[in-house]
Unconditional design. Structure first.
Length: 257
């Protein structure tokens, strides 16, 4: 097939092409409007988030429990990570004035055995070329308490291959900036956990309540079955009495004859 033999597209395709341009502009405009609405309601939510943080700070191990109960976050938590997260008292997510430019996650810690920092922050933003980028606070580890070194020393050859695909610990994720565009954990904390952390904190209690409910249902069913059996036994007893009376009546009639 020679290029010269190709037919030009019918006029109607040109019309479709012309129609797609304003449609694309409308989509872009809609995206801008949605971002403005999100920005507005993010500001309105701030007093609520502030009050919530004050209440959460009074609950021991709230954030550690929340992270452990979340399937994606728990996947990067080692035992040492969990020990360090016992000291985590507050998490704050702040979206920048221009939402498209990024956000920051702040982790607030009490005095602990592992590092000197009171606040650890990780920031996600767009770099000069418009691509995703990230940066984080330098962790000031106390002597012999660097959890990233501990994690590296305990790795075996089999785990090293797996670690190319996912962070080896929570703090490795925190300091890793190699591929900010593929950083799903930051998005999980911002979009899934931060709006409603209570749903993950209460996971075990909800399971326990469901288990208790099932036990109660089973007990009620067993009691119901016992009642049915007892009623059945009573009915059988009444039938036996009726049969005995009937037989006695027949015997009496025979004697009269």
């Amino acid at each position: 097939c020679h290029l010269s033999s190709l037919q030009p597209p019918p006029p109607r395709f040109k019309q479709f092409s012309c129609l797609s341009l304003p449609s694309n502009r409308l989509n872009e405009q809609a995206s801008e409007e949605i971002l403005k609405v999100e920005q507005k309601y993010n500001k309105l939510h701030q007093p609520f988030f502030q009050k919530r943080s004050e209440l959460i700070a009074k609950i021991p191990d709230f954030w550690m429990t929340t992270f452990v109960n979340h399937p994606q976050v728990s996947a990067v938590l080692g035992e040492e990570d969990k020990e360090a997260l016992h000291y985590l008292t507050r998490v704050e997510v702040t979206e920048f004035e221009d939402i498209k430019s990024g956000y920051r996650i702040d982790f607030y810690f009490d005095e602990n055995l592992y590092f000197e920092n009171k606040v650890l922050s990780k920031e996600f933003h767009l770099n000069e070329s418009g691509g995703p980028s990230s940066k984080s606070t330098e962790i000031k580890w106390k002597s012999g308490k660097d959890l990233m070194k501990c994690s590296s020393q305990t790795q075996n050859k089999a785990s090293r291959k797996r670690q190319h695909e996912e962070p080896e610990s929570f703090f490795t994720w925190f300091t890793d900036h190699s591929d900010a565009g593929a950083d799903e954990l930051g998005e999980v904390i911002k979009d899934d956990i931060w709006p409603n952390p209570l749903q993950y904190y209460l996971v075990p209690d909800m399971d326990d309540e469901e288990g208790e409910g099932e036990d109660d249902d089973d007990d009620e069913e067993e009691e119901g079955l016992e009642d049915i059996d007892e009623e059945g036994d009573e009915d059988e007893g009444e039938e036996d009495e009726d049969d005995d009376e009937g037989e006695e009546g027949e015997e009496d009639e025979g004697e009269d004859d």
